[in-house]
Design a protein around this ligand. Structure first.
Ligand SMILES: [Ca+2]
Ligand SMILES: [Ca+2]
Ligand SMILES: [Ca+2]
Length: 161
């Protein structure tokens, strides 16, 4: 089987395969997603915009595994603001939390990891989702400047012969 690399096998089978550097510089690869922890601090809406300019979106935590991974990341970075923006909001309907990019509702069946007592909509003005450095969730004033986490899908090279 000399020379039958994974890449060549994919090519033979005409299936997509991950390229080298499938996330690009500055992105972490995990499972089927890439993650970028921002260097800058932005308001929530600007953070979402910045993620879009990088070909992604503000991270959506779809399950406990992804939640644990991101919890580990925010603990590592331990930002001085104490919180990091992620991609859900209840800005349209108070208390109705939605992942902004996929428009998926954080209904009772969805994975959540709120700190006890959150979301509390403090001052009736907390409509954006943040991670505390502990990894637990909080609703926060969307105009606050925090670091943020973008997510995007890895680049797969579609091989056609
Ligand atoms: Ca995700
Ligand atoms: Ca709210
Ligand atoms: Ca809160």
């Amino acid at each position: 089987m000399r020379g039958l690399s994974f890449t060549r096998l994919c090519r033979f089978l005409k299936i997509p395969f991950p390229t080298h550097g499938q996330c690009g510089d500055g992105w972490l690869f995990r499972e089927n997603s890439c993650y970028h922890i921002s260097h800058d601090r932005e308001e929530w809406a600007s953070a979402e915009f910045m993620c879009h300019t990088m070909g992604g979106y503000l991270v959506e935590i779809n399950n406990a595994d992804e939640g644990h991974f991101l919890e580990h990341q925010v603990k590592l970075f331990n930002f001085s603001e104490g919180q990091t923006w992620i991609g859900a909001t209840d800005i349209l309907v108070e208390g109705d939390w939605v992942w902004a990019d996929s428009q998926t509702s954080l209904s009772s069946r969805a994975y959540t990891n709120w700190l006890a007592g959150e979301p509390n909509n403090l001052g009736r003005n907390e409509n954006c989702l943040s991670l505390f450095n502990s990894g637990l969730w909080n609703d926060e004033d969307c105009d606050t400047h925090f670091h943020y986490i973008c997510e995007k899908q890895p680049i797969h090279e579609l091989v056609t012969l």
